[in-house]
Design a protein around this ligand. Structure first.
Ligand code: DGT
Ligand code: MG
Ligand code: MG
Ligand code: MG
Ligand code: MG
Length: 280
């Protein structure tokens, strides 16, 4: 279909390529989940079915898109991390964000019945997800991004656990519960939970407190990639590997274990134990 007289319109298209050598984080987030969670009767403050469904959809995405190294999620969001040298879709931003949003949504809907068998999806009220890409040029900024999301999970969860204890167990109105918590610091909320409701916050479900980390265990592959003799060495960019080398790496990526953890990613321990991540 080359050279029709309409083809000039192609030149109107614009492509945005994400900066090379930076970490790419693609965050998907549920659209209007405040309403969505009411409609499908999510338990408050945490619905374990909803969180397990998010985790299953993220895992399915990672099985399909093997370039994702790790993912972190809580509430209605998931952040997917792609390596500095990742060349998926030539790092075209629109292609990346639209593919992640649609792949995540497709999996979430397909897996829905496994987790919400008693709440069939209403075709006029379907779950959808938006997505954005953010670049992190340094290892520290990537770590700080993930720490920011996990700190957010913790702060929201402590607040929501306290708020819903006051409302559901303490019989307060939402307005009174909000005033009660206004100006309280973390220690005060622990105290309210423990003395009034016998809830030891530290003993709450780790998934609620820390969110979920899904990691592709690529230690061996990271080492193989580093030791592979490149076809072309460049000083400025990643080494260019042969087609065979790339195929071998892709095959190993596909076979690598994918682990689901509820662990601290703010402190150094996690990053020291898996030092290959930041070398990748
Ligand atoms: P958006 O993202 O701007 O389209 O709007 P929302 O409404 O999705 O807002 P967002 O993403 O900031 O907040 C997530 C909402 O999802 C929040 O209202 C609480 C709700 N949500 C997420 N997980 C759960 C859960 O496990 N249980 C309940 N009850 N609600 C949840
Ligand atoms: Mg939002
Ligand atoms: Mg949302
Ligand atoms: Mg959200
Ligand atoms: Mg096409």
């Amino acid at each position: 279909m080359a050279n029709s007289r309409f083809e000039y319109v192609k030149s109107f298209e614009r492509e945005s390529y994400l900066l090379p050598s930076s970490w790419i984080v693609i965050r998907v987030d549920g659209r209007g989940f405040h309403k969505f969670s009411d409609k499908y009767k999510f338990a408050k403050p945490n619905d374990i079915r909803a969180l397990n469904l998010m985790n299953a959809a993220a895992k399915a995405l990672m099985n399909n898109i093997t370039e994702v190294i790790l993912a972190y999620g809580d509430s209605d969001e998931y952040s997917f991390v792609l390596g500095r040298n990742c060349q998926l879709f030539e790092r075209r931003e629109a292609k990346l964000v639209s593919t992640f949003a649609s792949t995540f949504t497709a999996n979430y809907i397909t897996l829905w019945n496994q987790f919400f068998s008693k709440e069939p999806l209403d075709p006029t009220f379907l779950p959808t997800f938006d997505s954005r890409a953010v670049l992190y040029p340094t290892d520290q900024s990537l770590r700080d991004y993930l720490a920011w999301r996990q700190a957010d999970c913790h702060i929201n969860n402590l607040y929501n656990t306290s708020f819903w204890a006051l409302v559901l167990k303490g019989g307060m109105t939402p307005n009174d519960a909000e005033s009660e918590l206004c100006g309280t610091i973390s220690k005060d909320k622990h105290e309210i939970l423990f003395t009034r409701f016998g809830i030891n916050y530290n003993a709450e479900n780790e998934m609620f407190k820390k969110g979920t980390l899904i990691i592709r265990e690529l230690k061996d592959i990271a080492e193989a990639e580093m030791t592979a003799t490149p076809v072309v060495s460049t000083h400025t960019g990643p080494a260019i590997l042969s087609k065979r080398q790339l195929e071998r790496i892709e095959k190993r990526r596909r076979k690598a274990d994918i682990n689901v953890l509820h662990t601290d990613i703010i402190k150094d321990d996690f990053w020291l134990e898996r030092s290959w991540i930041l070398k990748g």
